[in-house]
Design a protein around this ligand. Structure first.
Ligand SMILES: [Zn+2]
Length: 100
């Protein structure tokens, strides 16, 4: 079966910008800077643009926010409003990831 072949292939690994832990791409939350310069919490993992990953841990988000790690990783400037918007998406999404 085609699917079985796909499963044996190495899964893409990504690392969290806050704690540097490496994990399966699907276990991490992706943030993306779109071509319009807007940073979004990318629930599909497929939005085009520059991406950065965080664990689904609140402490990693907090660390990234405090140290402007997402700003750096995405080469943009995020203000408090951006982070407030992202954290609510992040919380919602991290609960979904936790269920899997
Ligand atoms: Zn982390």
């Amino acid at each position: 079966m085609k699917q079985a072949a796909q499963q044996t292939r190495k899964k893409p690994q990504r690392s969290c910008v806050a704690c540097k832990a490496t994990d399966d791409k699907r276990a991490l939350i992706r943030f993306v800077r779109t071509k319009d310069g807007v940073v979004l919490c990318d629930k599909t993992g497929r939005l085009p643009g520059r991406g950065a990953y965080l664990c689904s841990e609140q402490q990693c988000f907090d660390k990234a926010r405090k140290a402007n790690l997402l700003d750096r990783a995405l080469k943009t400037k995020l203000d408090n409003d951006d982070y407030d918007r992202l954290v609510s998406d992040f919380r919602e999404y991290s609960q979904e990831v936790g269920k899997v």
